[in-house]
Design a protein around this ligand. Structure first.
Ligand code: AMP
Length: 505
């Protein structure tokens, strides 16, 4: 089935209910949103000349049009490619080219970044809210296009270990199963919930938006378009039963907010995407009451590997309550999860191994990358690259990541991407990037450098260099010069030793 069926259903059954709001103000009902969705879909096919299966890039910071654009793509049988609005122009260029997107919708702040990238096959770049956009909305609504469950719906670009992002192909079935798991395992809804889009809609917040369309809940977009703790508290006060997805860093910022705000309207904060310290989790429960839920997932099985529900967070009398808070919960109901040794043999509880996942939420594969698909989905199981351990009760605790991924503020940063930029600097001979545990960000990026000819470049100049060549949030927070990097007999940098060195310095 086509996941956009839900928007048409909501347009009839919840026609008068608020669907989209900005700040405290409702701007569209479900009736209107469904109508705009079908018109935009018609325009994409007739006016923009897109064909079934074509990719449509969404270079949007959180905005009210995000919901109708996602659904319009699906309604028209097209594939949405939501892109993180904070990326660098070179990263946008890579994703647009790799996905061979034929059209791109962009928010005003990103138009100057995206417009110069138009070239074959990207023939149309449209600014949301512009006159061109309004013209599309004046097209006749088109009927919903039939889709097979395995037809691609969302190309989710993850940062690649090789420095190049890979597009996880998520099908209509994947998105449907993910949405059911939201209700079954993460957060039971009450009628007419609200979802606050406090985190980027290109990722977790947008993915969880789908469950809220199923239920006819209102999508509230912060006026700031981003995450401002004071505004989030204002929105919690003004909307009933508000739920939202947040990276652990964001939860921490809310906990530490100096104002004592009323959060009785809050329904649930769903956190995930990076590790949450038990201490912070306890502080969160103290601050908000039993309103925290956790998910563990990855782009390849979106939002859906394990979950620790609000009820599990609240179960204080359980003898293993604290251990459970330190875990990522139990497998979500659409998936089977195993912990395995290097030969994919299942390990018993108590033994650490790689986490493998199988089920209806697991991606079709990587976009036009057969080698990576075969490697990651070998034996029919998603190899997450994360390491963890089950306890006797079936709760999974994450131990390590096999990839050298750094998660800073809930966002993935692959050291290789940063290294590849720094190593191009004329004064840098060698570089190795690691994550340093950081109370605020989870991890921060640290670069260890060997200067060429012994002359160390000024770190502020290096910082400027990074800003020019990569997304700002990926640049190192600290630059350390060393005589030589720790290496093994094969000449490879031993990151474990570097981390030890870093923790001792
Ligand atoms: P992404 O593909 O951007 O969603 O990143 C997925 C990665 O984030 C996973 O493979 C994990 O390493 C990490 N991650 C996701 N959820 C959690 C969580 N609840 N706790 C710790 N790490 C997490």
């Amino acid at each position: 089935m086509n996941i956009a069926t839900h928007m048409m259903r909501a347009g009839g059954a919840f026609a008068e209910r608020p669907a989209v709001a900005v700040g405290g103000r409702t701007i569209q009902t479900y009736g209107a949103t469904a109508d705009r969705t079908a018109r935009l879909a018609g325009a994409m096919r007739s006016k923009l000349g897109l064909r079934p299966g074509d990719r449509v890039a969404l270079a949007l910071k959180n905005c009210p049009e995000y919901v109708e654009l996602l659904y319009a793509c699906w309604h028209a049988g097209l594939v949405a490619v939501p892109i993180n609005a904070k990326l660098h122009q070179t990263e946008f260029a890579f994703i647009l080219k790799n996905s061979a997107a034929r059209a791109c919708f962009a928010t005003t702040d990103l138009i100057d970044t995206i417009a110069p990238l138009a070239s074959d096959p990207l023939h149309t770049v449209i600014e949301v809210g512009s006159r061109d956009y309004d013209r599309l909305l004046r097209t006749e609504p088109m009927p919903l296009v039939a889709q097979a469950p395995t037809d691609p719906a969302w190309l989710f670009y993850t940062s690649g270990t090789t420095g190049q992002p890979k597009g996880a192909v998520l099908s209509h079935r994947n998105l449907l199963a993910m949405s059911w798991c939201y209700f079954a395992d993460v957060d039971q809804q009450s009628p007419w919930n609200t979802i606050l889009h406090a985190a980027p809609m290109s990722h977790g917040s947008g993915l969880y938006g789908l469950a809220h369309v199923m239920q006819g809940s209102c999508h509230v977009i912060p006026e700031s378009g981003g995450f401002d703790p004071t505004e989030i508290f204002d929105l919690i006060e003004s909307w009933n039963d508000a739920a939202f997805f947040a990276a652990p860093t964001m939860v921490k910022r809310l906990i530490e907010h100096p104002q004592d705000r009323d959060t009785s309207n809050l329904k649930t904060i769903i956190y995930g995407g990076g590790p949450m310290y038990v201490e912070d989790c306890l502080a969160g429960l103290d601050r908000f009451g039993p309103k925290l839920a956790q998910l563990y997932g990855q782009g390849e099985s979106p939002m859906t590997i394990t979950a620790l529900s609000a009820a599990m967070h609240a179960d204080k009398t359980h003898p293993r309550w604290l251990d459970r808070l330190a875990s990522v919960g139990i497998p979500q109901s659409a998936v089977e999860v195993r912990v395995t040794d290097a030969d994919d043999n299942t390990l018993p509880p108590g033994e650490v191994g790689e986490i493998l996942v199988r089920g209806d939420t697991v991606m079709n594969g990587y976009w036009q990358n057969e080698a990576a698909t075969a490697e990651t989905l070998r034996g029919g199981w998603l190899h997450t690259g994360d390491f963890g351990v089950f306890d006797e009760d079936g709760f999974l605790t994450l131990k390590d990541r096999s990839k050298d991924l750094i998660i800073s503020g809930g966002t993935n940063i692959y050291p290789r991407e940063v290294e590849e930029v720094l190593v191009q600097h004329p004064d840098i001979a060698e570089v190795a990037v690691i994550g340093r545990p950081d109370r605020e960000w989870g991890e921060s990026v640290v670069a260890y450098l060997v200067a060429r000819d012994g002359t160390e470049p000024d770190t502020s100049a290096l910082d400027t260099y990074c800003i020019e060549h990569m997304a700002r949030f990926k640049r190192p927070k600290d630059y350390r010069f060393v005589e030589a990097l720790p290496k093994n007999n094969y000449g490879k940098v031993v990151k474990k030793d570097l981390r030890t060195l870093d923790s001792e310095s």
